[in-house]
Design a protein around this ligand. Structure first.
Ligand SMILES: *Cc1c(COP(=O)(O)O)cnc(C)c1O
Length: 357
């Protein structure tokens, strides 16, 4: 795609905007008026266009439904205090999407194609970006195999779509976790580092079992012997132990979260000691018992931080203090919010600014 080309836009004649209740934004309830669509065929992406959000025709033989070539991203756009819009860490999300695509044998998407289609979409639907504190426009790019064919093969046809949904501030109620010692989300060498649809499908059942047992979520452990911590639900996980921020080091079973990376970067700037390492369940157990474990939380684009109130190892509950005003997790959440809204300086050029005339 040539970057100087205007992207063709088909405007909706039935805007859903007047129906949106911006005081009650359940995650994903309202989808904005327009979406980006591009098709891949003959080993090339065709010209992307923007069309009204709506249903697409599909073949029941579409390969993604049968063999799972389907990946996505999740990022957010914020209304800044000067009226412009910032997309948080766009480049890093684009790079991660290409990693997911490569792992699933799917074609790469160029940065201009990603950035320019998204810019045009956000300019067009800029009204949909909420302006209340902590609210944002959640952006969901997806790519999936669209070739209709029943034989097992790598698809020759794909669709790239970007849709958006306004979301309110997301306050997760503190999690009571079950430390998973039977099921795994993924294994090293698998697809855990890729944001592919199947990782979610496979994680639903263990999460449902945990819910039936009275927990809110699962704390995933390593696939070999369930001795090390991987992630929490569909978020990365962090602990404060003896005043140090500790998080599992990345491997192929762990998703390289952009919130995780941002929080580690800000912690360094705050002179908060950090360590990325394999975290042993026994260390967590011991530090919860002796009180040196003072915070535990999940990190991800949707919630930013989600406090953890307890975890259960083989039937024994360990509780963690709930965050208060001096907690690291709330301080760092506020810092992130201030960078995104333009209240404090964006030293790392994390904001991709879209000027609204
Ligand atoms: C998306 C995701 C995360 C969080 O990543 P962010 O870039 O911070 O949103 C963590 N774990 C899993 C499994 C995920 O899919």
């Amino acid at each position: 795609m040539a970057t100087n080309n205007e992207i063709a836009i088909k405007h909706t004649n039935q805007s859903q905007f007047p129906k949106v209740d911006f005081n009650n934004l359940d995650f994903g309830k309202y989808i904005s008026d327009h979406m980006v669509v591009a098709n891949y065929a003959n080993k090339n992406w065709g010209e992307p266009e923007i069309i009204p959000y709506g249903d697409l025709p599909m073949s029941p033989a579409m390969l993604s439904l049968h063999y799972g070539q389907s990946i996505f991203e999740g990022m957010k756009a914020f209304k800044m205090k000067d009226g412009n819009i910032s997309i948080f860490r766009l480049k890093k999300h684009h790079a991660r999407m290409n990693k997911s695509l490569a792992r699933m044998c799917m074609p790469q998407i160029s940065e201009p194609m990603f950035t320019e289609t998204l810019r045009t979409l956000i300019e067009l639907d800029h009204q949909w970006v909420p302006s209340s504190e902590g609210a944002s426009l959640y952006i969901r790019p997806i790519v999936f195999a669209s070739e209709p064919r029943l034989g097992v093969k790598v698809s020759d046809l794909y669709k790239f779509i970007i849709m958006t949904t306004p979301v309110g501030p997301y306050f997760s109620k503190p999690y009571r976790l079950k430390v998973e010692d039977h099921y795994v989300r993924t294994a090293e060498g698998g697809t855990g580092f890729a944001k592919c649809a199947g990782n979610y499908g496979g994680a639903f059942y263990p999460a449902q079992v945990a819910k039936e047992e009275g927990f809110d979520q699962v704390l995933w452990t390593d696939h070999k012997d369930h001795q090390y911590i991987d992630e929490v639900g569909m978020m990365n996980v962090m602990f404060v132990i003896n005043g140090k921020l500790i998080t599992p080091s990345l491997n192929t079973a762990i998703l390289d979260g952009i919130t995780r990376d941002s929080i580690l970067t800000l912690a360094k700037e705050m002179n908060f000691p950090i360590e990325e390492k394999r975290i042993k369940l026994t260390e967590l157990e011991k530090s919860a018992k002796d009180g040196s474990l003072t915070e535990a939380f999940g990190t991800g684009t949707a919630a930013v931080v989600a406090p953890i109130q307890s975890f259960n190892i083989h039937g024994v509950d360990y509780t963690i203090p709930l965050p208060d005003a001096n907690s690291f997790q709330l301080k760092v959440k506020k810092q992130l919010q201030d960078i995104r809204s333009g209240v404090t300086e964006d030293k790392h050029q994390w904001n991709h600014i879209i000027k609204i005339k």
